[in-house]
Ligand binder design. Structure first.
Ligand code: MYA
Length: 202
């Protein structure tokens, strides 16, 4: 984890960005998304919530910045860097040999039958494989190819283990693999190809 933060700090990343309350703000937004996924409101409640959310969105508008200034790519101290589009995970270990993380799919990741949506599983793999590829190559990479095999149902609201690692690198091509476990049970596994970006590559 500290190696990961160091690697980002060397590139100018700042884990204080967004301030001391940013993590709790994001957690409240995740809680809102959990409720929004399952709520069946009365008209009165819907109108009340719309009014509050409109007010809140107007307030937040005043603090919206561009993607390079947002905390969501620098806050390695927060679950999933505080990025609400990712299933929340905490990194236990990250270096050139691989990444170990604890990840929890929440109610807003529901696919059906109390299980995570397959696309959400792929989102989690993409990010953690990207991290493993970047740590291995010592440079930012981009997903060229990602294959997910779903081996058994992935539960919600359960701490799962992800292991992601680079198998080999050929020039700019980093070949990666990952597994997702609930205890001893394999829920899904993935393999992918990530490409090291050339200097200045958009
Ligand atoms: C250290 C700090 C830690 C940081 C942690 C950060 C965590 C954040 C993690 C966030 C993670 C989120 C990440 C995201 O979500 S990234 C977003 C999703 N991905 C994209 O949008 C990518 C779109 N595609 C492209 O931009 C280009 O195609 C890329 C850049 C991928 C390659 O275009 P480029 O012009 O640069 O290179 P090239 O075309 O000469 O190809 C190079 C080589 O690769 C081979 N090839 C290419 N594609 C494929 C393929 N599909 N299957 C098999 N092989 C393929 C190709 O044949 C060639 O091989 P060779 O002829 O050399 O042998």
């Amino acid at each position: 984890m500290s190696e990961l933060i160091n690697a980002r700090e060397e590139r100018g990343a700042d884990i204080s960005r967004g301030g001391p309350y940013y993590g709790e703000l994001i957690e409240q937004v995740r809680g809102l998304m959990d409720r929004a996924r399952l709520v069946s409101p009365t008209d009165e409640l819907a109108l009340d919530a719309i009014g509050i959310l409109k007010q809140l969105n107007d307030k937040l508008d005043a603090a919206v910045v561009n993607e390079w200034s947002t905390p969501t790519w620098t806050r390695f101290d927060l679950p999933a860097r505080g990025n609400i589009t990712l299933p929340p995970f905490m990194i236990d270990h990250a270096d050139s040999s691989g990444v170990d993380a604890r990840l929890t799919f929440r109610n807003y990741h529901l696919g059906g039958n109390n299980a995570a949506h397959g696309g959400q599983v792929a989102v989690g793999f993409d990010d953690l494989l990207g991290m493993a590829a970047a740590m291995h190559a010592g440079s930012i990479t981009r997903t060229a190819s990602l294959t997910v095999d779903y081996r058994s149902v992935t539960p919600l609201n359960t701490e799962l283990k992800v292991r992601a690692w680079a198998e080999r690198q050929e020039g700019r091509k980093v070949f990666v693999r990952a597994t997702l476990h609930d205890g001893d049970r394999l829920c899904a596994e993935a393999h992918g190809l990530f490409i090291v970006l050339k200097p200045g590559q958009a």
